[in-house]
Design a protein around this ligand. Structure first.
Ligand code: AHR
Length: 495
């Protein structure tokens, strides 16, 4: 079966940049994300590492050009006292990770370890401050510790711990999921708490200020956004967060592999819901901030399923299939198309947790289909958005339907145009006629697809799914005809 769809490039005088920070990642002290994932310890003799951080992971993430990395949570952030994670490792106290598996955390990976790791990764740190169980002074001290160049109690302590120059951390989360694990607060109460914390987070870097991000809504809780936009003085806030996970059903998540057609459809419907969430939260923000100074920061997104059999339920370890590639393709297209308001986002989570881009098993490391989508889409980072109109056939299941085709496009600084296309249809090949903005001479492309939707990379077959050259597009002056196989992601380059 082949079905025809249409995409049109719209001309616009407005130049909107797709902020590279939309392509951000998230690393929580959860399961094997940090310990046994990124960090294998300084004394490890079997896995090549730099100060305990796996070299293969650093190399893989540098290829993705990850722009920022959020740490240490998540729910963990509101239980984390940063002073436990500095100074000689043998004297650091232990704590219990109450949210994630009840395991003992020895604090061997702390502030210096994380910020030095960000330098290795050539990425910007995004620190999530503890508001739920912390103190205003504690967070103010953290800012001073990592950012103050001069003489001050915290800067002196940092120097004593071996780091002379500040790291100059710009991105700061003021609590996480304040409506839930971050303190079960009402939006009115959190808005007041936020005002207090933000006031005492001084700009020690003197380089244009901190970028403070308020804990945002849980999915479609629009009242949360309304209250925060109304009650927080805009001079105190740069971003408002939003969290949305894609599942079959929150209480019946289903397996990460071996899912049914119905489970696939429901997951894709949930992923596509991001479009509505971004539209509706943005509309509320527009009322209070028509110039769009405050960003919508989707700092947790991705697929969330049942854990793999035999693994700790609190570790959230799941495999990653072509379904995850579809979620990533659709979601990143949504963010690109809304780049005027969505200027930062973080996939949950980088290594071994939820929709990971990397999985590890002892010395082995594999790249997931989601990694490959992120790698294919990196061409959009800091490029200029090309607005599109998309007319798509439906992808239906029972009485429900969602668009089959999802797209976004941009032009980079070298003048190369990129179009990212996703066909989420489980069975139908879709033909797309694309009316371009001008005539182009050169066309090339890459595709990510596989034989079945449930296919995934394993430690035995790590390259089962990887991008290959795409030959299904024909260019004639200012028109493109593309044939997209079922469940595929394609990125085209035009010159
Ligand atoms: O990413 C896993 C968890 O999901 C985070 O800790 C929390 O913020 C969210 O509920």
């Amino acid at each position: 079966q082949v079905s025809t769809n249409a995409i049109k490039f719209n001309t616009s005088d407005k130049k909107i940049t797709i902020n590279k920070h939309i392509y951000g990642h998230f690393a929580e002290h959860l399961g094997r994300c940090i310990y046994g994932g990124f960090y294998v310890g300084e004394d490890n003799t079997t896995i090549p590492h730099t100060a305990g951080v796996r070299n293969d992971i650093v190399e893989a993430l540098k290829k993705l050009k990850i722009p920022n990395l959020r740490w240490p949570g998540g729910c963990f952030a509101d239980t984390y006292h940063w002073k436990d994670g500095i100074g000689p490792k043998e004297s650091r106290p232990t704590i219990v990770n109450t949210w994630w598996g009840g395991v003992t955390e020895n604090n061997s990976f702390g502030t210096h370890d994380f910020l030095n790791m960000c330098e290795l990764l050539e990425t910007e740190p995004y620190l999530a401050g503890n508001v739920g169980s912390g103190e205003v002074q504690e967070l103010a001290d953290w800012v001073q510790y990592v950012n103050h160049a001069g003489t001050s109690p915290m800067a002196d302590l940092r120097k004593k711990n071996g780091r002379e120059n500040p790291w100059k951390v710009k991105f700061w989360g003021v609590g996480n999921e304040a409506w839930g694990c971050g303190g079960n607060m009402t939006p009115e109460y959190y808005a007041d708490v936020y005002r207090k914390y933000a006031t005492f987070m001084s700009d020690w870097t003197n380089t244009g200020g901190l970028y403070r991000i308020a804990s945002g809504a849980n999915g479609g809780d629009y009242n949360w956004t309304e209250v925060l936009m109304k009650k927080i003085p805009h001079s105190l806030v740069d971003g408002l967060a939003l969290h949305h996970y894609s599942n079959v059903e929150w209480n019946k998540k289903g397996p990460a592999t071996g899912f049914t057609d119905e489970q696939y459809f429901k997951t894709m419907k949930s992923a596509w819901h991001m479009e509505e969430l971004v539209n509706k939260h943005s509309a509320i923000m527009d009322k209070y901030d028509p110039r769009k100074r405050i960003a919508l920061v989707v700092d947790e997104w991705g697929g969330w399923y049942e854990v793999e059999k035999g693994t700790n339920p609190g570790f959230l370890y799941q495999q990653n299939t072509m379904r995850d590639a579809m979620i990533a393709g659709v979601t990143l297209n949504v963010f690109n198309n809304h780049a005027e308001r969505v200027r930062m986002a973080n996939l949950a989570q980088t290594v071994n947790v939820l929709q990971a881009v990397i999985l590890t098993e002892g010395e082995k490391m594999i790249l997931t289909p989601t990694y490959h989508v992120m790698e294919m889409y990196k061409v959009h980072q800091d490029a200029t958005l090309i607005p599109l109109s998309v007319e798509s056939k439906d992808f239906a299941f029972g009485n429900e339907k969602i668009p089959a085709i999802h797209a976004s496009a941009s032009v980079n600084k070298e003048g190369v145009t990129h179009i990212s296309l996703v066909n989420i249809d489980a069975t139908v090949k879709h033909e797309i006629v694309i009316d371009l903005d001008k005539s182009y001479k050169d066309l090339s492309g890459r595709i990510l697809t596989s034989k079945t939707l449930t296919d995934h990379n394993t430690f035995q077959a790590p390259d089962k799914i990887k991008p290959t050259a795409f030959t299904g597009a024909k260019l004639k002056n200012n028109q493109l005809k593309v044939e997209l196989p079922p469940f595929s992601v394609v990125v085209l380059s035009l010159k």
